[in-house]
Design a protein around this ligand. Structure first.
Ligand code: BDR
Ligand code: CA
Length: 312
């Protein structure tokens, strides 16, 4: 089993990812950490506990993390995820409380255990990367417990929050820049599962309506129905769930190594991930910090049918 930690802002599609990570026999879900993003942190924590309850996994520790991005206010997305973040579907909310540790402390503890046991962890950030930036700045030694980072965020093509920027990176660009730089310095491999593939794993309403018979399958069906309705379509992508598919079945994803930077200024491009697809033999423009960009495996294509079947 592959040990994983998810960092989430649950979120309809974070819920799709959580259900898969909690239930798939090839994954060992060690912890889930929460950050403000799609909705406020309180809602994210309740939604995350609710999804884990539905998955029959109350044993998974859930850490409450950063409510706000490092520098700017949080800008939630109720038009995409509903007011409660779970599409306002009629589903009983968890009354459990999260782990007593802050998300950063929970991450540090689980990663320290992993470093000691040698069972290194795949970290899957599916949200603004505030918690991960705080972790790697506060406890850089935590990287010793990491096998790799597979994050949902960014885009080589167009954005969604703005024409340039994808929501997770746009929400906390400084955090994303810190994580990329730290991963480069600490030698942690990174895969970017960005918008170029994010919409490429659709589940049709017919397929969703075939799901049922357990609380997790019932919730999965409701999530797809809700997400389809929000997009006024007869199918909905599992979004963040595709990044978890990529951890389970990397062969379904095509990636290419490219230097990656995050735009921290820009009038209209703040939060853009700049994927340098040039035939790269050295950056000609000087970086204000003198640092080279981190080379990241950028997802360029996904086998949507393969991942849809995996998720179903
Ligand atoms: C990302 O932003 C959120 O709305 C989704 O949960 C996903 O992580 C897509 O831009
Ligand atoms: Ca998310």
């Amino acid at each position: 089993m592959k040990p994983v930690i998810l960092d989430v802002d649950t979120g309809l599609d974070d819920a799709c990812a959580l259900l898969l990570a909690a239930r798939h026999p090839d994954l060992d879900l060690k912890a889930v950490t929460c950050v403000g993003g799609n909705v406020g942190l309180n809602e994210v924590v309740v939604n995350t506990l609710t999804v884990l309850d539905a998955a029959g996994r109350p044993d998974v520790p859930v850490g409450r993390g950063a409510a706000l991005p490092l520098l700017q206010p949080v800008r939630a997305a109720p038009h995409v995820h509903g007011v409660d973040g779970l599409g306002d579907v009629d589903w009983p909310k968890s009354t459990r409380t999260p782990d007593s540790r802050h998300a950063v402390e929970l991450l540090r503890d689980v990663l320290a255990e992993a470093a000691e046991s040698g069972e290194l962890i795949t970290l899957v950030p599916l949200a603004p990367m505030t918690n991960i930036a705080l972790l790697l700045r506060t406890y850089p030694e935590a990287a010793e417990g990491l096998r790799e980072i597979v994050f949902m965020g960014g885009a080589a093509g167009i954005g969604n929050a703005t024409a340039s920027a994808e929501f997770n990176i746009w929400t906390d660009p400084e955090a994303a820049a810190i994580v990329l730089a730290a991963a480069g310095e600490l030698g942690v491999p990174v895969t970017m599962y960005g918008l170029d593939v994010f919409y490429g794993v659709p589940i049709t309403l017919d397929e969703a309506r075939g799901l049922g018979g357990s609380p997790s399958a019932d919730l999965a069906r409701r999530l797809i129905e809700k997400r389809s309705a929000l997009y006024r379509a007869d199918a909905a992508s599992i979004g963040d769930g595709g990044a978890v598919c990529a951890v389970i079945d990397p062969e379904g994803l095509t990636t290419q190594p490219f230097p990656l930077r995050v735009e921290l200024a820009g009038s209209w491009s703040r939060g853009r991930t700049i994927v340098d697809t040039r035939d790269w033999s050295g950056d000609l423009t000087s970086d204000p910090h003198g640092a080279s960009p981190t080379v990241v495996k950028v997802a360029t294509a996904v086998d949507g049918r393969r991942y849809a079947d995996l998720w179903l």
